[in-house]
Design a binder for this molecule. Structure first.
Ligand code: SF4
Length: 265
């Protein structure tokens, strides 16, 4: 009888499919992936594949992004109820109203948003390039949607820009507190602190390195340190441990995104 892994491999061959998995997904799902990465990295991979079918294990806005980049391909998501809570905090109608209330400002949107919202933006950014995108705007004013934390981080590094912030946030990163970080630092005083810019600004102030999960991985690979406090969703531990043997990673263990765990084998 076929195992689940064998059945997945056979279906992949039969459908000429590629499996893209976000690094917050379950470890066993990451292990059957053709590519594991963050939303930007996976979007780039999606444009490079010659597969007919893209199976996108993540949340719905990521599968939508893969479809935008590959309109001729079939894009499947294992569970269409896997919705990002932050992406739900902004609607296209609200963006239109905000634009009318703030004439002359360009709308910069984080990729963590629905396709309908993206259609109302002037430019879309990721956590990796938010600062570069805001600093490169032609106008001096912007509206940043939907993540107020990433918007605050980008605006703070672009002092010539006047940025109106949306009131959205990732509940997982928002829940990481200064006290939790201080407790992790006290328990692991030699560890470097890496933080995702979706965290609150007072948490980012405690970090040695701020960046996307891809930047975190590259930093941990290159660093001579062997211990890291990682302020992002706990699913990232699997990829870090697989790519950095012998190094230790400490997470705020409550930082679990239910939507990212909905894709199962
Ligand atoms: S971790 Fe946060 S931003 Fe990422 S999918 Fe979950 S709710 Fe959305």
């Amino acid at each position: 009888m076929e195992s689940v892994g064998e059945r997945i491999a056979r279906l992949k061959r039969e459908r000429n499919a590629v499996i893209l998995v976000h690094n917050y997904c379950l470890p066993e799902v990451q292990d059957v992936a053709d590519y594991v990465g963050d939303s930007l990295g996976l979007s780039v991979k999606a444009t490079q594949t010659d597969a007919d079918v893209i199976v996108f294990c993540g949340v719905t806005f990521m599968a939508e992004t893969a479809k935008i980049l590959n309109p001729g391909k079939t894009v499947l998501i294992p569970d269409a109820a896997a919705v990002c809570a932050m992406a739900q905090m902004c609607s296209p109608e609200q963006i239109v109203a905000a634009r009318e209330a703030n004439p002359g400002r360009e709308v910069v949107g984080y990729v963590n948003s629905t396709a309908a919202c993206k259609a109302e933006m002037d430019v879309c950014c990721t956590s990796s390039n938010a600062v570069d995108i805001v600093s490169s705007l032609e106008s001096s004013g912007a509206i940043f949607v939907p993540d107020r934390n990433l918007g605050t981080y980008a605006a703070g590094r672009c002092p010539s820009k006047d940025v109106v912030l949306w009131d959205g946030f990732c509940p997982i990163h928002q829940s990481i507190s200064v006290q939790q970080v201080q407790e992790l630092k006290a328990a692991h005083p030699d560890a470097e602190v890496l933080a995702h810019p979706e965290c609150r600004s007072e948490v980012l102030d405690l970090a040695d390195v701020i960046g996307s999960t891809e930047k975190m991985l590259n930093h941990c690979r290159a660093s001579e340190r062997d211990g890291f406090i990682v302020l992002t969703e706990v699913g990232m531990r699997h990829r870090l441990e697989a790519n950095c043997p012998g190094k230790r990673f400490y997470f705020p263990e409550h930082a679990v995104c239910g939507a990212m765990k909905m894709a199962t084998l």
